[in-house]
Structures are given as C-alpha cells and as structure tokens.
Ligand binder design. Sequence first.
Ligand code: HEM
Ligand code: HEM
Ligand SMILES: [Fe+2]
Length: 484
Amino acid sequence: MAALGVFDTANLNSGQKLAMKYFAVALPLFGAQILFGLLAGLQYLIPDFLFQVLDFSVNRTVHLNAMIVWMLYGFIGGVYWMLEDEAQHPVVGLWLGNLIFWILTIAVTIVVLVYLLIQIGPAEMSTIWFIMEGREYIEAPRWADIGIVVSVLVFFFNVAATFSKGRYTGIGGVLVLDLLALFGIYLAGMFYTPNISVDQFWWWWVIHLWVEATWEVLVGCIMAYMLIQTLGVRRKIVETWLYIEVALMFGSGILGLGHHYFWIGTPQYWLTIGGFFSALEPIPLVAMVVHAVFDSGVHKLRNSNHPALAWTIGQAAGNFFGAGVWGFMHTLPQINLYTHGTQWTASHGHLAFFGAYSTAVIAFFYLAAQKSRGNVWMSGNIVGGWKWKWSMAFLWIGMIGMTMALLIAGYEQSQIERAVGGSTWMAYFEAQSHPWFMQAMTWRQISGYIFGLGYILLVWDLLTIGKRETRSVSELHAEQPQPA
Ligand code: HEM
Ligand code: HEM
Ligand SMILES: [Fe+2]
C-alpha cells in the first residue's frame, strides 16, 4: 500500500486498474459532450455560426454519441470496479478485458473522426456501413456496431465468469441478467429497413428499453454497491430494495415503451398501453429516493466518502425529477399530442440523462479517486473540499438552468405552434422565432457555460483531491463501528 495522498494504481485490485482506464476515457468524453453541446446551442442563437464548417447536425450527433459512450464507459468502469469485491475472485479473462478496452477506444476515435471529416454526402448502403446509420444516439456505422457487440460479449463473459468462479451475490445475479438484456436489445437497432415506421419501432427498443429499463437496473446495481461502500449499509437491506425496484422497473418500463408509439404509425392500442404503463414508471424511482434517503438517515450521514455520497443522493433525486417528474409531465397521449418533439422533450432528456446517469458515474469517479490515493480520508473537512462542493453546485445550477429554459421554450412551442397554430409549417416557424423562445435559448446557453465551469472544477478536483491529505479512511472506521 502506497503512502496516503499519492496516486498509485498499486492500491487497486486488477479489476479496478482496468476500471481506471475506462474512467480515464469517460471523463474527457464528458468534456467533449459539453463542448459540442455548447457549439450546437450557440447555433440556435447565431444560425450562421460554423455553417458548412461544423454543421448543427454534426455537433448534435457528436454531443449525443459522446454522451452515450462516456456513460457506457462509466458503467463498464463501475462494474469492473466492484467486480472482484463482489465476486471475491480475480477478474476472469483480464487480458481480454484490456485488449477490448483498446479496440473499443480506437473504434470510438475513428467513428468520431469520420463524423467530423465527412459531414455531408449521399445516403447509400455503404454510408450505413462506413459513415453513419443516422439513428439518433446510436449513429455509429455498421462496422463499429459489430465491433461493439463483440466487445460487449467479451465484457459480459468476463463479468459472468468472474461471478461464477467466485460467488454470486444478489447484486451480481441481477447485474448479469441485466447485462444480457442490455446488450441483446442493442441488436434491435442494427437492421436497416426502408420503412421509417418499422425502423423507428425497433430503434425505440434500444433507446427506451435502455434508459428506462436496463440502464436503470444497471445503475441500481452499481449504486447498491456504492451505498454499501460509502455508508456501510447492510447487504440484505440493499439487495431487498434492489429486487423490489427491478420488479417495479421492468413491470412498468417494458410496456411503457408504448409512449413512443403514439404518432409513428403503430396501431392505436398503443395510446392506451403506452399511456397507462409509462404513467407507472415514476413509482420505482420514488422507491429509489426513499431507499437512499432512508439509508443515509439510519447511518446519520456518517460515511467514508462525502463527494461520492452527495452524488449518490443527487442521483436518486435527479433520477426522480428528470425521469419521473419530467417524464410523467408529457407521457399521457392527451398531453404528448401538444408537447411531442418540442423543447419540452429536450428539457426532460437533459435532466433525465444527467440526473440518472452522469451523477452515478461521477460518484464512481470519487470512489476511484479515494482508493487510488491510498484510501485517504474523504469525509468531513476534506483538504481543498471547496472544489467538489462548488463543482457540484455549478453542475447542478447549470443543469437546472438549462432544464428550466428548455421547459419555457417547450411551453411556448406547445401553445403557439400546436394549440394556437394547429401544427402547421408556418406555426412551427412562428414559434421558433418568438421572443420567448429566443430568450429561453439565450438562458440555456448561459446555463450551459455555468455547467461547463462546473465540469472544469470537477476535473481539477478529481486530479487533486486527497493529494495533501494525511488522514486515512480507517480513522473513520475506528471511530464508528460498522452497524450490525
Ligand atoms: C433515466 C431515464 C430516462 C431518460 C434518460 C430519458 C430520456 C429521454 C430522451 C433523451 C427523450 C427524447 C428522445 C428523442 O430523441 O426523441 C425522451 C423522450 C420521452 N420520455 Fe424519457 N427518459 C427517461 C425516463 C422517462 C420516464 C420515466 C418517462 C415517463 C414517465 C419518460 C417519458 C418520455 C416521453 C413521453 C418521451 C417522448 C417525448 C416526445 O414525445 O417527444 N421518460 N426521454
Ligand atoms: C453544457 C451544456 C449543454 C448544452 C449547451 C447542450 C445543448 C444541446 C443542444 C443544442 C441539443 C440539440 C437540441 C435539438 O436538437 O434541438 C442538445 C441535445 C441533447 N442533449 Fe445537450 N447540451 C448540454 C449538456 C448536456 C448534458 C450534460 C446532457 C446529459 C447528460 C445532455 C443531453 C442531451 C440530450 C439527451 C439531447 C437530446 C434531446 C432530445 O432529442 O430531445 N446535454 N443539447
Ligand atoms: Fe421512453
């Protein structure tokens, strides 16, 4: 064990060393997401900005793909981080895991370079294979899709084999089944069909069944581990909650898929099914908030890692508001008729992705920072503790500012374009150029800069936290016996 405060991967088990690589790519990709988001946002205000140099469509694609990839890297890192602890066994096939990390990272780099270098061109079968598929969020070309599926199968093998050779905990069992579903669903987004309704039908299997079913369960698993680590919550309690949440999540989320089938040419019964089941989706999210707050209360907030716990509680709250409340607002078909595809949707998309997923990955970044500096003290009075607090404040203020600005723009569009203007082409432009819309876009941009500032502080903090710390985390445990 190295000296306290010194960055040294010798402090980590082999799964955690691999996790650090994933985290090291996730963090800069988060920065890329923000950069391209800011460029796209600026193009709303100055439509000529970078026109035909870096078009809005490209900025948007990179913004969203960077998001998906950094979150997936964060999740894979989170799973490798906890794997040996949970399974009580070294990672099986570690060299394969390392190899795949490099292959995946090189593939991601090539895909992004192609997006940036070939921005416009004819759409042909070869485009789908080599340039991009045009399916929002998962635009990667077919060659990369195949690579992703292979990489992911290797990851799945590593995780399942490690649990099988070691021990299966409740968290481990749920995780393995969930990973199987998560990656199986990805295949649904890979088939080309010239019929846009059919294409959208399957595309939603990936997008909705990821974020509202399998990703939720995945973060449920890694956050369960996080609560055990930071608060010392008993496994039995955490796992009981996990089972309940998974049942509620799949029970509502799978058929909740119907809220995307209202207006894409699918049969009318989806209005009822989608409206009903998706309206139930907030219930497991409420359970998650109760669970996190209850556990924190029982342990009187005494924990071994303040920033990680703060982001964990933020995850429960962000998931509830972003996905649960903001999702519920427009999920009934009677309302969605007016709000569909307006900035209302973007308001929900931003708060949900950040609230449910960015927060979870950031919590893991802090857990990793602590252990890689020799298990330093990260409870009260952290040396230089202002940085994590201010970065967290700026990130949340920026995100809430963006969400509110987009919501106002969405209201305005629903009123002027849909309710008053009757969804005509003219009404669309009338709403888009209305002063309320333009002002909201300005506020979104200002909030985006605040968010960017929070990110810069976050990076600075992660690189320095614990450096000048001389106390060890064991001092906390010495004071506080683990609850029975
Ligand atoms: C963490 C979980 C969630 C995330 C990350 C998320 C994210 C998103 C995103 C990005 C979109 C826009 C998709 C597009 O490009 O068209 C969307 C659409 C939508 N979401 Fe969610 N969502 C989540 C959970 C929920 C929940 C729980 C509900 C309902 C209670 C919900 C209701 C909706 C609806 C109705 C739409 C369609 C909006 C439209 O018609 O334009 N979402 N979601
Ligand atoms: C730093 C500031 C950010 C700015 C200025 C920004 C800006 C934008 C812009 C301009 C779009 C395109 C909207 C459109 O097509 O009309 C967009 C889409 C999106 N962004 Fe951001 N973004 C930022 C950060 C983030 C973060 C941190 C997340 C999530 C963690 C995120 C998630 C999304 C999602 C899910 C969409 C698609 C929404 C939809 O299709 O409805 N963005 N963003
Ligand atoms: Fe959905």
